[in-house]
Design a protein around this ligand. Structure first.
Ligand code: AMP
Length: 428
């Protein structure tokens, strides 16, 4: 975007933000125009380092959103970002553009230090590296993404938006495990929580849907994707969440067990003779829905249930039972609940999960209207009847938009359109 000065010369306004979500073998990216918070392009590089690497790139600025695909080995994150930059350049959206204001990075673990989005300096990067022992699967990939982006545009502000930040408002009695305090502190063992960007965004959107300010409402957010977590948000601040030291605790997930007696791990070691790494893989990759029935996609599980598959039915019941327990527990934590909100892949799309999770909770003021629940829509919506004491809602999450908003609020030339929450109160 350009404006013209009094002297008549054009001034380019930097109002684009590139959002990067770097995983161990993938990079997801979105380029947003913060004038109207629209997407200019989205893309994904997956299977980095393998022969079967793939880049999918979709320009969204013009009329047709046609996805382009590149296949063949992409050696590392640097090559992935370079390939993405080439695709963007082919659409006239090159990363060398003066219109690019900043790059916003999703960083999974910010520990206790990072409670807000933060401009990345050498010192900040060192601190994110110091957190690798508590996030060995995630932070190294995020760091690689940051370094790669810095090499590409060393002149540009880079901002870290942390998955844990929204949960740093949890009271100490919710964040501490009841284990020896010295041991816990020596190894930074406590409940950090994850998916915070999503919980922050969705709880704020839910307040908007109710026509109230975030400070006026208490909300239970159920982020049900392949990873899943619940949070209790009181007056805009997170007071409890289901994930802990790592994203393993809490709800039943696609491949993770969620809550489990920790003695199961000793048992597997002593009696089943499994190594620590094997137990790690079992609980993180081979448990949850996939461990229970062999599938982690809720669509497939529902299809199997419709065909009379008992294992799929039991997996569904265990999944829903855990959800109910958390809804009940968080109702007690909050005292008064204004809304229970479903989000992410399962939460946004699976009417049977929403129906089953709320069924029988009339005493808590929770009812789902079957007709409203059946509606498919990409918009935030209520699925409870008018008379219900507590609203039940579906609010599509948008972590990339939240990261872009927070990044731009920190480094942009002006407030982004639609920005509702001051940086510092926020998120994930
Ligand atoms: P996410 O991690 O938020 O992308 O969610 C991914 C999960 O959402 C998948 O593993 C599916 O279980 C679930 N999902 C996606 N689309 C649907 C759908 N139409 N119906 C039911 N579940 C869905």
């Amino acid at each position: 975007m350009t404006t013209t000065t009094k002297e008549g010369s054009a001034v380019v306004q930097a109002r684009r933000v590139l959002v990067l979500n770097s995983g161990s073998s993938s990079v997801k990216y979105q380029l947003l125009d913060m004038n109207d918070r629209s997407r200019l392009a989205i893309g994904l590089v997956e299977r980095i380092g393998e022969e079967t690497s793939r880049l999918l790139h979709t320009p969204l600025a013009g009329g047709d959103a046609e996805t382009r695909e590149r296949t063949g080995r992409i050696a590392d994150h640097a090559a992935a970002l370079k390939a993405a930059a080439e695709e963007l350049a082919a659409d006239g959206l090159g990363l060398d553009s003066p219109e690019l204001a900043a790059i916003g990075h999703r960083v999974v673990h910010g520990g206790l230090r990072f409670t807000e989005p933060t401009v990345i300096t050498d010192e900040v990067l060192t601190e994110i590296e110091r957190l690798v022992p508590v996030a060995p699967l995630h932070n190294p990939a995020n760091i690689t993404g940051i370094r790669t982006a810095q090499a590409l545009r060393p002149d540009l502000p880079q901002v870290a938006v942390f998955d844990t930040a929204f949960h740093t408002t949890m009271p100490e009695y919710a964040a501490r495990y009841a284990i020896d305090v010295e041991t816990a502190d020596a190894h930074r063992i406590r409940r950090y929580g994850f998916h915070g960007t999503s919980h922050a965004y969705v709880s704020r959107k839910a307040a908007e849907l109710l026509g109230r300010a975030p400070e006026e409402v208490n909300v239970i957010v159920l982020h049900l994707g392949n990873g899943a977590s619940a949070s209790a948000v009181a007056a805009g601040r997170c007071v409890e969440t289901s994930m802990g030291l790592t994203p393993l605790e809490g709800l039943v997930m696609g491949t993770r067990s969620g809550d489990i007696d920790p003695a199961v791990t000793f048992h597997l070691k002593r009696v089943a003779g499994m190594s620590t790494d094997e137990i790690d893989v079992l609980l993180n990759k081979k448990s949850g829905l996939v461990g229970l029935c062999g599938d982690n996609d809720m669509r497939e599980i529902r299809r199997r249930i419709d065909e009379g598959d008992e294992r799929a039915a039991l997996a569904f019941d265990i999944y829903v039972h855990r959800l109910k327990k958390y809804i009940g527990a968080y109702s007690a934590v909050l005292g008064r609940v204004d809304a229970v909100v479903f989000t992410a892949g399962v939460g946004e799309n699976s009417a049977p999960v929403r129906e089953a999770a709320i069924a029988g909770l009339e005493e808590l003021g929770l009812v789902v209207d079957a007709g409203l629940n059946a509606v498919r829509s990409g918009e935030p919506r209520l699925i409870s009847p008018n008379y219900a004491r507590v609203a039940v809602a579906v609010v599509p999450t948008d972590e990339e938009l939240e990261i872009a908003d927070q990044t731009f609020a920190l480094v942009g030339q002006a407030e982004p359109a639609g920005q509702q929450v001051p940086v510092g109160q926020v998120d994930n």
